[in-house]
Design a protein around this ligand. Structure first.
Ligand code: 3H9
Length: 699
């Protein structure tokens, strides 16, 4: 391997530019400069056609995102791309892996494009709060038409090579090994003496339906609220239909720079790195030898257990589902079949793939059948005695070294581990429902969990498609503990004079996927009710659960009973404000002597969000989460927090910790509630003039 990231060599009259910038061949400054140098050399040598390709696992996966917060360094990507498009000799490009963002933009400016069949091509910039800033919005419509271009740029999802070939984004499909196949293809182009063919000189094909942009804007207005990039993208695709390439590129540049400087993009870039950082555990070496996990078992075939079993099966790990009764097992297996069948109907998986996965799931009533598995996940009823009983049986049945995981949302994993003679092998795995869909997985490290068990589980979580976040033991771990503080404020605000509609609308307008009371109704109010009774809290004995307890005792359990905080239209399930609940609130407030007043939306948002921030800071201080960005990832992926706000801890930094501390103190003054005492960590960082970001361990 050469020590510069771009190599140029001649093979007779074929000039080959090879990019080698691991891990994903991002277009860092040395790569951009290397390509310009190679073009300078090729301009005067005896090459007749150039071939550009990449070493390693992928073609260029985009601009180097780490450069975005820094001053620009020449040459810019648009300059490199202009140099390729206007190069006097034909330039061919061969793609493999993921040709994304600036990588695809660069490929689109080359004159001929080929790819291996499993390559994926896309412009995912929108996921970073950006838009393609190096010609993507102008060249993609010229190659594939404005409709598909708009879909690809606003959706951000890549398409596969066969679709790209059919759409006109590729000219040729390569077979076999990348380099020999690409060289062979380039030799053929040479033999045909193909001409230069600048994409920018092509006209944009007219749209099939003239109103496609208006329809698109209407359909996506709600989905993209709060984010500037999607609006600009529609404008730019529209511009591509009428403007010259030059004018289109100039406007694209302006919009790209505006997006790059936006707080939404800074937040989404933070999320990109935060999502990947969760796997890096500060206290466990990355090269810790892992335990092999080739087979798994799940105890309990309920909704959660079934969903977890599907995660393993879909990742190619055979799984045994264990139940106590044949009818429970049969129901559980049937539910799995139905879930898979629905996914096939929706086009998520092929019937063939699903049949293969189903064949790897087997059921049993006998713990003897799981004696040889490498990993067990217990997903029985959320009750300490029941779980400890299961772990005693696992201890007696499973082979030494088997990882024993408990799926719990609140319980003390140390106490569960203590029921076995091998606590080092025990770990918590808090899946979110539906487990086969939700990405988040809280990996709970108990006091005695062995390092290799933690590391193995973190890796395994990625294998089954999850974003794992390592957390410590406390009631509710990271997510549910923060949720409790957040939900408590929602309840207090109701008693102080807000309505469920006002609270939910304030939070939804701010960006939460769903307001807290609507979430409560969706999940079922009986869940919290039961959990409070399990903890020995008497019904209606606590102010912040007085309303919820009363509603449950009136058989208003939420959506499933047609009413909770709201009434639900039986046909449409649309929520409707319920005057009975507002009356009930007035009565409970009077009973508890809570004065009612008019509450502004701003106070609702501040109290709910700052409750998350303050609890998150306490969690960090206690070492329950390793870094603020881990807390952000939990809240974004498990609780509907808007990713374009970066998560609660990133959001606190964007408000400024000084301002956060001041507002917490004001809220303490306003409500007289000690929960608003700023977490010492916030005070300390604010006094130092630092943000929470300083604890993330990234530059
Ligand atoms: C853009 O192109 C703007 C242009 O339109 C205009 C410019 C003027 N930069 O995800 P992985 C790192 S915007 C820097 O774990 P995988 C990543 O952090 C860009 N670093 O691997 C990780 O580091 P670490 C548009 C990057 O195989 C390592 O590479 N492009 C970049 O699961 C491995 O990544 C995108 O948005 C980058 N662009 O997935 C594509 N990409 O090991 C973003 C990755 O230290 N990238 N890294 O944690 C991806 O979607 C995935 O990384 C990819 C590989 C699918 C490529």
């Amino acid at each position: 391997m050469s020590n510069t990231p771009v190599d140029y060599a001649l093979d007779n009259t074929l000039g080959i530019i090879r990019v080698d910038n691991p891990p994903v061949n991002a277009l860092s400054q040395p790569v951009r400069e290397g390509i310009i140098r190679a073009l300078e050399q090729a301009r005067t040598d005896h090459s007749e056609l150039l071939l550009l390709l990449c070493a390693g696992r992928t073609f260029i996966a985009g601009a180097d995102i780490t450069e975005f917060g820094k001053p620009p360094q020449a040459p810019s990507l648009p300059d490199v791309i202009a140099a390729l498009e206007s190069f006097p000799k034909p330039v061919a490009v061969a793609l493999h892996g993921t040709a994304l963002g600036g990588g695809l933009e660069l490929a689109m400016a080359c004159h001929y494009r080929a790819a291996l069949p499993d390559a994926r091509l896309g412009l995912p910039e929108v996921k970073l709060g950006l838009l393609p800033g190096a010609g993507g919005t102008q060249r993609l419509p010229r190659l594939v038409g404005p409709e598909l271009a708009l879909e690809m740029i606003t959706g951000g999802a890549p398409i596969r090579a066969p679709q790209a070939l059919a759409a006109g984004l590729l000219d040729h499909m390569l077979e076999g090994e990348l380099e020999p196949a690409a060289v062979q293809w380039a030799q053929n182009l040479l033999a045909q003496a193909v001409p230069v063919r600048p994409t920018g000189e092509r006209p944009v094909p007219p749209p099939a339906e003239a109103d496609f942009l208006a329809r698109h804007r209407q359909q996506t207005a709600r989905k993209f609220r709060g984010q500037p990039a999607p609006g600009y993208i529609a404008e730019l695709v529209e511009l591509a239909l009428s403007a010259s390439l030059e004018d289109g590129l100039a406007r694209e540049r302006e919009c790209f720079l505006a997006c790059k400087a936006s707080p939404q993009s800074a937040a989404l870039r933070h999320v990109f790195f935060a999502e990947r950082a969760t796997s890096k555990l500060p206290d466990i070496p990355a090269d810790t030898p892992l335990r092999a996990v080739r087979s798994a078992a799940v105890i309990g075939a309920g909704t959660m257990g079934g969903g977890i079993a599907m995660c393993f099966a879909s990742a190619g790990i055979p799984v045994t589902l264990v139940e106590t009764r044949q009818d429970y097992l049969d129901n559980g297996l049937e539910k799995i079949r139905q879930n898979y069948a629905n996914s096939v109907k929706r086009g998520r998986f092929t019937a063939e793939a699903v049949a293969g996965w189903l064949a790897t799931i087997r059921g049993t009533l006998d713990y003897g059948d799981i004696a040889d598995v490498d990993l067990v996940i217990e997903a029985v009823f959320e009750n300490m005695a029941v779980k400890q009983e299961v772990f005693r049986k696992l201890d007696a049945s499973c082979k030494p070294g088997c990882i024993l995981a408990t799926n719990t949302s609140y319980l003390d994993v140390n106490a569960i581990a203590g029921a076995t003679g091998r606590p080092a092998d025990v770990i918590g795995a808090h899946f979110f429902s539906p487990a086969n869909v939700m990405k988040l997985l809280e990996v709970v490290r108990a006091e005695k969990t062995a390092d290799d068990v933690v590391q193995t589980f973190m890796k395994l979580a990625r294998t089954i498609g999850k974003i794992p976040v390592a957390v410590g033991v406390c009631h509710g771990f990271v997510g549910n503990r923060m949720l409790q503080a957040y939900g408590r404020q929602a309840q207090l605000l109701l008693l102080e004079g807000a309505t469920p509609t006002q609270v939910d609308q304030a939070m939804e307008s701010w960006g939460m996927a769903m307001g807290p009371l609507a979430v409560g109704d969706l999940a079922g109010l009986d869940i919290g009710y039961r959990s409070r009774r399990d903890q020995g809290i008497e019904s209606r004995s606590v102010l912040e659960s007085a309303l919820a307890d009363t509603l449950v005792e009136m058989e208003r359990l939420g959506q499933k009973s047609g009413a909770g905080y709201y009434r639900y239209d039986p046909a449409t399930r649309a929520r409707q404000a319920d005057p009975d609940v507002e009356q009930l609130l007035r009565e409970i407030a009077a009973q508890w002597q809570v004065p009612q007043r008019e509450i502004k939306d701003e106070e609702i948002v501040d109290r709910l969000i700052l409750a998350l921030v303050n609890e998150g800071a306490a969690i960090l201080q206690e070492g329950i989460a390793a870094r603020p960005s881990d807390v952000d990832i939990v809240y974004i992926n498990g609780y509907g927090f808007p990713s374009w706000r970066g998560g609660p801890m990133f959001h606190a930094d964007s408000l400024g910790l000084d301002a956060v501390v001041t507002r917490l103190e004001e809220l303490r003054e306003l409500t007289g509630d000690d929960c608003w005492e700023p977490a010492p960590l916030l005070r300390k960082l604010a006094a130092e003039g630092n943000g929470l970001e300083s604890l993330n361990g990234r530059g």
